[in-house]
Design a protein around this ligand. Structure first.
Ligand code: FE
Length: 344
């Protein structure tokens, strides 16, 4: 956008997540969307790299003929099969679809941090695959070959139709709703639901003292992801406030329908990981867990709960519970500055 020579200062009250009038996307200060600045600082304080985490015990367990059952090996591979491409899909959406239409410079600043974190996550999966000596072609191509993963990714990617078009522009009712729908699908469903069965699988390994290095990688990733989810929710809610006309009853129904479809896809994926149920987890508890988190995501954007399922994995909520997030980030900040082990 060309700059105008002027003595007129930018009025931050005109600043919007999308469609900011006289939008100046390069002037960070003064800021309006303070949640973005907070998210950016939290992200920096949580900095980590996959190579800092020891993988030796995992390598020994993976090589050992007795440390893991065949079902556990298959579950681990399927989970990695989902993870290895999921963060690249998320990153592409941020960089190629979201970023350009965001007119809040502070939100753009965080998106740059988030995009980098998605790269670190993909690095972590690559590092696990390499450390364990897995067939990288098998794992990284699984999103095309394995139906339960393919269906999740195809569902998500279908919401890029139109938005990836170079001619796509926000500023009309239809376009803005489409853009908001993309943001909700990527935050609430991709980052908020589709990662979580795979997280639960990894932490059930960890609870048995199995594959603890891989699980620790995933713990760092989950901490970043819950921050991405929080930021996505803040942006969605800010757009709802700035453009309330977009939030029609029909649109709300549509979003609820999409979340319900996603819950089914996620359950199919979980059953595919654990067809016989292992490590004390069966398909029914996974179903309840997915429904439980779907309700939580819906309520964060002001939509009614659909399932009212109790949380069958309280050990997950201890690590993931968004209401505790602030607390564990604060803990983490201090620890990061004084040493850097993961204790939260
Ligand atoms: Fe993410």
């Amino acid at each position: 956008m060309p700059i105008q020579k002027t003595n007129q200062r930018v009025n931050i009250n005109n600043r919007r997540i999308i469609n900011g009038e006289d939008a100046d996307v390069v002037q960070l200060y003064p800021m309006k969307h303070l949640f973005a600045w907070e998210a950016y600082n939290t992200g920096n304080a949580n900095h980590w790299l996959p190579t800092e985490i020891g993988m030796q015990q995992d390598v020994e367990q993976w090589k050992s003929p007795t440390a893991l059952s065949e079902d556990e090996r298959i579950a681990l591979k399927i989970v990695l099969g989902f993870f290895t491409t999921a963060d690249s899909i998320a990153a592409n959406n941020l960089v190629l679809a979201t970023y350009k239409h965001i007119t809040s410079p502070e939100c753009r600043l965080y998106l740059l941090r988030q995009a980098y974190e998605e790269a670190v996550h993909t690095h972590a999966y690559q590092y696990i695959v390499e450390s364990l000596g897995l067939d990288s072609g098998e794992i990284f191509n699984m999103y095309r070959e394995r139906t339960s993963i393919y269906n999740k990714d195809a569902f998500i990617l279908s919401f890029n139709d139109g938005i990836f078009d170079p001619k796509f522009k926000t500023g009309t009712f239809e376009a803005d709703q489409k853009f908001l729908e993309n943001m909700i699908v990527f935050s609430i469903i991709m980052e908020g639901i589709f990662f979580y069965s795979a997280f639960a699988v990894m932490f059930s390994f960890q609870r048995q003292n199995k594959m603890v290095g891989s699980a620790e990688q995933i713990q760092y990733i989950m901490r970043d992801e819950s921050q991405h989810l929080n930021f996505g929710i803040e942006m969605i809610n800010a757009i709802k406030e700035e453009q309330p006309e977009l939030w029609t009853p029909a649109f709300q129904e549509k979003i609820i329908g999409l979340v319900k479809e996603a819950v089914k896809l996620e359950y199919t994926f979980a059953v595919d990981c654990f067809p016989k149920g292992i490590m004390g987890i069966n398909a029914d508890s996974f179903k309840k867990y997915i429904e439980h988190i779907a309700d939580r995501r819906l309520s964060r954007i002001g939509l009614p709960a659909q399932y009212n399922s109790p949380n069958p994995f309280p050990w997950m909520s201890e690590a993931v519970d968004l209401s505790k997030e602030k607390n564990f980030f604060e803990t983490r900040v201090t620890e990061y500055q004084t040493g850097g082990t993961l204790e939260w």
